[in-house]
Ligand binder design. Sequence first.
Ligand code: H53
Length: 829
Amino acid sequence: KSGEGRAKAERMFGLMDGFLKNDPVSLQKDILDHVEYTVARSRFNFDDFEAYQALSHSVRDRLIERWHDTQQYFKRKDPKRLYFLSLEFLMGRSLSNSVINLGIRDQCADALNQLGFEFEVVAEQEGDAALGNGGLARLSACQMDSLATLDFPAIGYGLRYQYGLFRQVILDGFQHEQPDYWLNFGNPWEIERVHVSYAVKFYGTVEEEFLNGEKCKVWVPGEMVEAVAYDNPIPGYGTRNTINLRLWAAKPSGQYDMESYNTGDYINEVINRQRAETISTVLYPDDRSYQGKELRLKQQYFFVSASLQDIIRRFKEAHNNFDDFPEKVALQLNDTHPSLAIAEVMRVLVDEERLGWNRAWDIVCTIFSFTTHTVLPEGLEKIPVDLLGSLLPRHLQIIYEINSIFMDELKKRIGLDYNRLSRMSIVEEGAIKNIRMANLSLVCCHTVNGVSRVHSELLKTRVFKDFYELWPQKFQYKTNGVTQRRWIVVSNPSLCALISKWLGTEAWIRDADLLTGLREYAADAILQQEWKMVRKVNKMRLAEYIEAMSGVKVSADAMFDVQIKRIHEYKRQLLNLLGIIHRYDCIKNMEKSNRRKVVPRVCIIGGKAAPGYEIAKKIIKLCHAVAEKINNDSDVGDLLKLVFFPDYNVSVAELVIPGSDLSQHISTAGHEASGTGSMKLLMNGCLLLATADGSTVEIIEEIGEDNMFLFGAKLHEVSALRDKGPATKVPLQFARVVRMVREGYFGFKDYFKSLCDTLEGGGDFYLLGNDFGSYLEAQAAADKAFVDEEKWTQMSILCTASSGRFSSDRTIEEYAEKTWGIEPCKCPF
Ligand code: H53
């Protein structure tokens, strides 16, 4: 464009103010219009849910406006874009988050008020979008918020499951799973794009053909499924930028085989075609054991293929030479779930674009980066060769070819060290041959990121040691972070207001490092008073919820002690429960007069167990059995209560976190890759009781050991302790509490036997016995600190003040600079 033309276009973008006005009167009119014309209710008669629908549609209109402008702007500027591929996004609710990021929260509340509705009540009508399992999935959601807020040109790609993570229902203390058919009331936060759809191929054979005298491979598929895009606008905070999360849904393909329509079996033919939709039906609820299921592999390829067709189409709109591809495209693999993308890009470039193997390979090696979220070799995904060969025959060939070239090069580098060669091979030999998706990713990506410093060290020295020695330059880490927009501004508005008041600015909402400004007031009596008030009100709200949910009355003066996360043996909810049993036992056995000295506690545990994870389900049952006993014991009264929060999800977290005094992050050292719950709690001024694992190690550096309760074996001690066999230091109290469970003090003796067996008789892989003594000491220290209100409040303020480093904004900035090589592209206001 000429200089003048560009200036004109700039002016146009500068004028790009919204059509839709954000004052309460305009908003109210829009809400009423949506009540009438979208929800089809009378504006004289609609309820809270309908108000939610109408308000959401009004907000969605505003999102769409910004979304269009942002896409338009990106298209014009054509920056290098980040494509974030993840099979899971745990978004939770959207309304409150959207109105806050758009800066129209108060106007919406006013508009509703005049119509006789309350914003909080209306927002409560929304269900969670739970298209993910746990930490990994919520991390993706936090990172999307940061990408938008920091104006990065990014697009998220994933799957639009019809059934999100199962609902956990507790019956008689046992977990039952119920399907989460979350779309039955419509979803105002997505936009169906019937015209953005791609055919995805499966099965079939690979044939050789001669084209222009050149031999080439052609994949003749046996099945085609259509992928249809659903766009979910993600607004940034304090910016016009609104990026896209594009989720794919499976539909029967339009391109079917005409032959089969002449067989006369019309009904069966239609039913078969309809089966295509199953691909995006349901989220796999187990987050780290991969069982080589065909449907799971289909999901992976389906979302990868559709996303890449979309990415390549977008690239080709503006470019005609694939050598420019790496300058415009960064592909981020969130764990190995999308790693088939590597083989898919090779296939497209070699078989369809005919670039030749070497040119295609050079491109592939510069566009992919990979983040791993696990510590354990068992957590790494493997795909049986037979399965891959039948579903994606051409991809298997490509992976074999990549491996063969890699193995040849490796032999030249390291010689004939067959053990090491077989460890590093992408193909795992054995009774069942497997493709190791992590090895594929390590070979083909330019960078592999860990999610905390300790995690990265473990990757280098254990999990991927062989690869680290070969390519040390590929290894980086970006300590995880969470978004303060969701975890303070949305979920804890009164703390948010207090922070802004004392800092004299709201700038920390975009720059969390500014929270350190609170440090200088940590000892200020007035701030402490206000801080305590805010926390007390949050605790009262939580107490009300507990009573409504479980019938258990709790006092907001007690210490609220929470452990909220997926149930896993390594996360040691069982250690927490044994500690609670010990506390109960002590109260029962102490002189009545001494009970006055006990610091009252409300212990809260929440989390889901994977449906097939027996031990985890027993831990949930034990929690209920112990709660039943304690909560009904008049000797104990208010001194100790135990509640299990059923169906823990993002919106439950938003309620629990602001009202927590103490939170537990007590995994056996060396097992939690990072952990992100701790960061959300820290931001909200909750003190941590924790082991030195994952990101906690870095949290300690920020807040100091004095401001938390640290315990347990250190990483370097763990393997020696295991080698030594049954812990020699197991305290007597440990044996006693395990015996209480074993002998049926809480009932269900036979059922809990196998749970107790994991702890005794040479087992105890997770070292509960070893850590029990120091765990009790840390708990005692927490009790002691809680009594000194002034000190506790000061520590609480310091936690929030030190949490800035754990904002996902920092994580994303590091990725942008060190891994993706992308720059902000800010849509003018
Ligand atoms: O990912 C989180 C980490 C956390 C880790 C978690 C995770 C999953 O949620 C699922 C599978 C997996 O391998 C790892 O356990 O430590 O904080 C985000 O990185």
